[in-house]
Design a protein. Structure first.
Length: 316
């Protein structure tokens, strides 16, 4: 499907509605000048029009598939994601300390809306990663930040959010996933998670899962839940993907309009993970990612509506 990125409209909103000039007058966002944001909107719009929009139909007609335990994404998605990562579109609001641009969330939101209009299935991947980046920035140890944030912010690795289980949907406190201390500062994570967006793929070299699980002394309900970072491949001494962790994809869900997005059923079989935030404080840490995702999903709704409107207008 063809798509025209509404760059002029977003620039108008920045200039006359959002008040981005007032934001850029602050010390924190001093680099968010009109010239910078205009260049970002223009380049992101071009990428959405030329790279992402053509992938919308490919993802719908040739969905992601699970082959021998590995997810193969829709045709063109590897190159499409590479364009997102190399363009820096994952990193707009991330901390400059770890390679991010450090720009206001409003800029990220505008770019994400355009990406959602162009190809929602593919846009879900960086959206999940952006939420994980924010959660790690706020709650992870310095060691985790130094190792994982540069990889996530650059787009070399991507992130997921693991809450729901077959028996624990709205009632997250009913989860049964367990975390056992390994004695070396890491934990063995065991359990099953469902509806995991981009739980596996062939577009990145490593996937980092934020997983809610219960420690042996965790009380029932949400107050006894902790949060763990569980990578698909355990980083080696140089910080590169090493041996495979004890986790796997056991199935794919199929969502209307999101066939190109691999929605995974994840099985953790004593997978090695590291605590993020305090013990039994997992919900607080996970809510940082969840709230980022909520904002992102709201932007997705606007983007999808814009894309649908343009498509309907051409048809009419």
């Amino acid at each position: 499907m063809s798509y025209r990125a509404p760059v002029t409209e977003y620039q108008f909103l920045f200039d006359h509605v959002v008040g981005l000039d007032q934001v850029s007058a602050t010390e924190r966002f001093g680099e968010a000048t009109r010239d910078v944001t205009a260049a970002i909107l223009t380049e992101a719009g071009r990428m959405c029009e030329e790279v992402m929009a053509p992938l919308q139909r490919a993802g719908d007609e040739h969905p992601a598939v699970l082959e021998n335990g590995v997810v193969r994404c829709s045709p063109g998605y590897v190159d499409g994601y590479r364009a997102i990562a190399e363009g820096g579109w994952v990193s707009i609001a991330a901390s400059p300390e770890y390679g991010g641009m450090g720009l206001p969330m409003a800029v990220t939101t505008a770019v994400n809306e355009m990406m959602s209009a162009a190809c929602l299935s593919l846009q879900l991947c960086p959206l999940m990663t952006q939420g994980q980046i924010e959660a790690l920035e706020h709650h992870a140890s310095d060691d985790i930040k130094r190792l994982y944030l540069p990889k996530l912010i650059s787009g070399a690795w991507c992130g997921t959010m693991n809450l729901t289980e077959p028996q624990a949907g709205s009632d997250v406190g009913a989860l049964s996933s367990k975390a056992e201390p390994n004695g070396d500062g890491s934990y063995a994570i065991t359990g099953q998670k469902i509806y995991i967006s981009w739980g596996d793929s062939d577009v990145v070299e490593n996937i980092c899962h934020l997983v809610l699980a219960r420690l042996p002394d965790g009380v029932p309900g949400t107050k006894g839940i902790s949060l763990f970072l569980v990578p698909k491949f355990l980083p080696d001494a140089a910080g590169n993907p090493g041996v495979a962790n004890r986790l796997k994809v056991v199935g794919l869900e199929h969502k209307m309009g999101l066939h190109g997005s691999p929605t995974c059923v994840m099985q953790y079989e004593g997978a090695t993970g590291w605590l993020v935030g305090g013990e039994h404080a997992g919900m607080k840490a996970m809510f940082t990612m969840m709230n980022n995702a909520r904002l992102g999903v709201g932007g997705q709704g606007i983007g999808v509506a814009e894309g649908a409107y343009q498509h309907a207008l051409r048809f009419a």
